[in-house]
Write a protein that binds this ligand. Structure first.
Ligand SMILES: *Cc1c(COP(=O)(O)O)cnc(C)c1O
Length: 862
């Protein structure tokens, strides 16, 4: 029989312990070791069992324990100190924002399909989610008026376990939201808020859970309520589960539902940040609302939305970008496109590279690029890769002008730095490393930590890691019914003093976990050297449908179980934030060898760096901009080559990897000549902290987004919507007019006053005659486009210099003149071009129009 009602019985918290509840209901504890440790000390075993979930933990403490604690003066004293610290954090003014909250609340809504904030809120799968979590935490520290929007997955991402023969199995664990640091968002009557909107012509309902990430609220949508049909209740059941249609429905909910949720909660942030293309439908919904409520045209609404949107792309692998067939799109968006006043073809063109190709699938990344005027990749290299990858969205554009920039990812230091290191940093750097880690002065202070103290702290972390690995291995063995000798052996794996190399990440093929296995014998020689022992710890999940990835895991495990390497190579099951923490804190070397340029950024290496762990990596993602031949912050595998023959590349790079290990890493680690610890190694640790610490952290990242993206977007929104939206309507009209008359432009008689050969530092003087028919000279910007040429005679890169009109010819053409100064020597070229210009246009490239002097190309885009 099914019960009519379900209810939960929880222990009664004595009055004096109420602050415990406050601490438990905010995820602040996930980056305040002190709070986490405070919970753990109450009952360490139960804390572990709770998977570090303070709400579940409090609900499962025996009433008697609570009564005792309520009488324990010492405990109450600490509780009030910790609670006061938390209050202080919440009320603290920020060191810098420049963004002030609106009367109606937050300015920025951050959209992401996943969030990795803490172990106990498993709504993440990997790097993208953890990055989103770190973004919210840094935004909280910096007091940025931002809220997060996401989905509340009933079953989250899968847990990994392995069979006897090393084959990955997946297990899905149901989340009990009532027992998590979440609270239901209520409506005006104090009842759980239920939001209703349309999907496929029928109503879809969801409720909203709120997670507090310090000062930043995160709202998670949940469709598992009785108002929905059984299929629709399943919509938020699984992260990245189900088929393509499920993916589309989830993205519909995330984007369109997300905007609805904000509205239902009375929030109207002006700026939205789409973290990856999953949420790009949010832009469409904002347009639809503006058309309906403010009676804007589609063009005006799009302009306003795009200028106040920020889009971050994360995927340099084409298959990683969501694409939906026109048929599937029609099921969900045919009516919707009519609401936007668009023909079906024009609607689909929003997500197509070639807007005339009726067969092309609808791509979320392209939609996001079109609906945002600040687009970025997540490292310098990835910015470049993205400009190339999406160049077709801006036909006839030189790659370097494709409007996709980069903001390199960063990690939230307080979350990832080990308690032992935090204590050291507190002593030698002061509190500022938590609050202002991107300050250079803080970076310098890493140098003041005494070598021996840094080394001792690091050694303790390695010991803690080894201990953790042994316990985890034993649990693994027990749960798959292993034998007793295996259990005993697990107690002796790894050597707490040996050079420890960590490799943990998704088992996607471009990450090349197999690279290290290319030469079995050479690897075995390394791990069996008694004089200079080396050991490896692996972890990571393969996608449930990725059999190749699973095979690599199996191969790795079979190696880990071979008699020679059993003691020095281990594979840990179920890589998650908890495992990641131990690994990035306790290894000596963090190994990463993706196939360049397929790693967008990578953040686990930054977590390692923050703990003084040295990186050994191919020059891909962030390491391409972090490492340089003379900064001595770690090691690079190869010289940033890209190969056509991947087999050959694997061979070369695996050889390089062994060479670096044998010739550089191992000798340096075991160089104990001048005392009991490796001084030159410690120098390198400090060098990495000093050089990379101030850059590759979340505060720098969020400040960069704030200054370069959020603030300008907010200002644009204000300007364009002022006085009843007149400016954006005018801008849309201007845009239409420009598109109509662009064909009337022409350039002739481009002349260079300067001699054929010139000296560095001399000006190149250029003049050109420009015809501006149907437009005014205020509508355009004429510029010199100049740069060094490569061996094929093409521009290797470029600078632009404005030209201005000073005369007219007898037949009415304007004579423009300008000067350019090449900053280097070599073979240069130049040409002249025209771009649109309007004071309210945030990005001259957003119209997709360029008129070139020598090669005008097609006159209109699309
Ligand atoms: C940091 C982190 C990642 C991302 O690391 P990469 O370097 O991008 O592979 C993935 N999973 C977990 C659990 C993490 O903590």
């Amino acid at each position: 029989m099914q019960p009519l009602h379900v209810y939960t019985v929880v222990p009664k918290l004595p009055e004096k312990l109420l602050p415990l509840k406050t601490l438990a209901s905010n995820l602040y504890f996930s980056w305040q070791h002190e709070i986490e440790e405070f919970f753990a000390q109450i009952d360490r075993e139960l804390w572990e069992k709770s998977e570090h979930n303070p709400v579940w933990f409090l609900n499962h403490l025996p009433q008697s324990t609570l009564e005792e604690l309520g009488e324990d003066e010492f405990f109450l004293d600490r509780l009030s100190t910790i609670a006061a610290g938390f209050e202080k954090y919440l009320s603290k003014r920020s060191p810098m924002t420049g963004l002030d909250a609106l009367e109606s609340g937050p300015v920025v809504a951050y959209f992401s399909a996943e969030y990795g904030i803490a172990q106990c809120l498993p709504v993440y799968s990997g790097g993208l989610g953890v990055l989103a979590g770190d973004h919210l935490k840094s935004a909280s520290d910096l007091n940025i008026p931002l809220v997060g929007i996401g989905l509340c997955y009933q079953r989250g991402f899968f847990r990994q376990y392995l069979t006897h023969d090393g084959w990955q199995q997946e297990r899905y664990q149901a989340n009990d939201f009532e027992q998590m640091p979440l609270s239901a968002v209520l409506d005006e009557d104090g009842l759980p808020l239920k939001v209703r909107f349309q999907m496929q012509g029928s109503p879809l309902y969801f409720r909203v859970w709120r997670a507090d990430v310090g000062r930043v609220p995160l709202f998670l949508m949940d469709t598992n309520i009785s108002e929905n049909t059984p299929e629709r209740r399943e919509l938020t059941s699984q992260l990245y589960g189900g088929d393509l249609e499920m993916r589309l429905m989830q993205e519909y909910l995330l984007g369109i539902g997300g905007i609805k949720a904000l509205e239902a909660m009375g929030l109207s942030p002006r700026v939205i940040h789409m973290n990856e293309g999953h949420s790009a439908f949010a832009g469409l919904e904002r347009i639809r609302v503006l058309m309906e409520d403010r009676h804007l045209s589609f063009e005006a609404a799009l302009e306003l939305v795009a200028q106040s949107s920020v889009f971050t792309t994360h995927t340099p692998v084409p298959a990683g970008n969501d694409r939906f067939s026109p048929e599937l799109m029609a099921k969900y968006f045919q009516e919707y496109s009519a609401d936007l006043g668009l023909s079906w073809k024009v609607f689909l063109a929003l997500g197509r590279e070639n807007t005339r190709d009726d067969a092309e699938h609808f791509c979320m990344t392209i939609l996001a690029l079109r609906l945002s005027r600040f687009n970025n990749g997540v490292s310098r290299l990835h910015g470049k890769v993205s400009r190339k990858m999406w160049a077709n969205v801006w036909p006839q554009y030189p790659e370097e002008d494709v409007p996709i920039t980069w903001v390199t990812n960063g990690i939230h230091f307080p979350t990832w730095v080990a308690p032992e290191m935090s204590v050291l940093y507190d002593r030698f750097l002061g509190q500022s490393w938590r609050e202002d880690p991107d300050c250079e002065r803080v970076g310098e202070k890493f140098g003041s930590i005494p070598d021996i103290e840094l080394w001792r702290a690091h050694e303790r972390l390695r010991e803690r890691l080894v201990d953790f690995v042994r316990r985890r291995l034993q649990q693994q063995i027990i749960s798959r019914g292993g034998r007793s000798w295996e259990l005993e052996a697990a107690d002796n794996v790894l050597n707490p003093e040996a050079l420890t190399i960590g490799f943990a990440r998704r088992f996607a093929s471009y990450k090349r976990a197999y690279l290290l296995l290319k030469d079995d014998d050479r690897l075995k020689r390394l791990v069996t050297d008694p004089a200079r022992p080396v050991q490896f710890i692996f972890a990571g999940k393969a996608h449930p449908r990725d059999n190749e990835g699973k095979k690599i895991i199996q191969e790795l495990i079979s190696l880990c179980q071979s008699p020679e390497s059993r003691a020095s190579m281990v594979f840990l099951e179920d890589y998650d934030m908890q495992v990641a923490r131990y690994l990035v804190q306790g290894c000596d070397i963090w190994l990463n060898n993706p196939r360049r340029p397929l790693e967008a950024c990578g953040t686990s290496g930054m977590k390692a760096m923050a703990n003084g762990v040295l990186n050994l990596s191919t020059l891909d993602g962030w390491w391409d901009e972090a490492w340089s031949p003379d900064n001595s912050v770690g090691w690079a595998i190869g010289n940033a080559e890209e190969y056509d023959d991947v087999e050959y590349q694997d061979f070369v790079e695996s050889q390089t990897l062994y060479n670096i290990l044998e010739k550089d890493v191992i000798p340096l680690f075991y160089d104990r000549v001048q005392g009991s610890f490796p001084r030159r190694w410690v120098q390198k640790m400090k060098q990495a902290l000093k050089t990379l610490g101030p850059v590759f952290n979340g505060h720098r990242m969020v400040e960069e987004y704030s200054k370069r993206a959020y603030l300008p977007a907010n200002i644009s929104y204000g300007k364009l919507s002022a006085g009843g939206y007149r400016p954006v309507m005018d801008l849309a009209d201007w845009r239409m007019n420009l598109l109509t008359h662009w064909g009337g432009l022409d350039i002739r008689n481009v002349q260079c006053v300067t001699a054929h050969e010139m000296f560095v530092g001399e000006n190149l003087e250029v003049s050109a005659e420009v015809k501006v028919e149907g437009l005014g000279i205020q509508d355009i910007r004429v510029e010199i486009y100049t740069g060094p040429l490569d061996h094929t005679g093409k521009f290797a890169n470029r600078s632009t210099f404005a030209m201005s009109p000073d005369e007219r010819t007898a037949d009415g053409w304007y004579i423009y003149r300008g000067k350019a100064m090449p900053m280097a020597t070599g073979k240069f070229g130049f040409t002249v071009r025209i771009l649109p210009h309007h004071p309210l246009l945030r990005d001259a490239h957003s119209l997709g129009l360029i008129f070139w002097a020598d090669n005008p190309g097609p006159k209109l885009q699309g």
